[in-house]
Design a protein around this ligand. Structure first.
Ligand SMILES: [Zn+2]
Length: 94
């Protein structure tokens, strides 16, 4: 530890921040976490539940994938009601 720690912390901070931002969270918050706790911060951000894991379904009118809680399609403006459970997709679950 010492001088060599700095680029490692920077690298982990940057990687953590990029993943965090990609999940719709704060870039600088995750940069700080990843820099202070290099391996743990990176693991935490990977496990962090993202907006992208929300269940989604397809708009029946235009086919756009929208989140389950969205009530009006952002592309075509169709009113969306609670869908058939068979149409619900879980992108975070494979
Ligand atoms: Zn639509």
């Amino acid at each position: 530890m010492g001088f060599e720690y700095v680029p490692i912390a920077f690298f982990f901070g940057l990687a953590t921040a990029i993943i965090g931002r990609g999940k719709g969270s704060s870039f600088w918050l995750w940069f700080l976490i990843g820099g202070l706790l290099p391996p743990l911060g990176l693991i935490a951000v990977i496990l962090y539940r993202s907006e992208k894991d929300e269940p989604e379904r397809q708009c029946p009118a235009c086919g756009k994938a929208v989140k389950l809680y969205v009530q009006v399609c952002p592309r075509c403006g169709t009113d969306l009601y609670l869908p058939d459970p068979a149409e619900v997709r879980h992108p975070g679950v494979r």
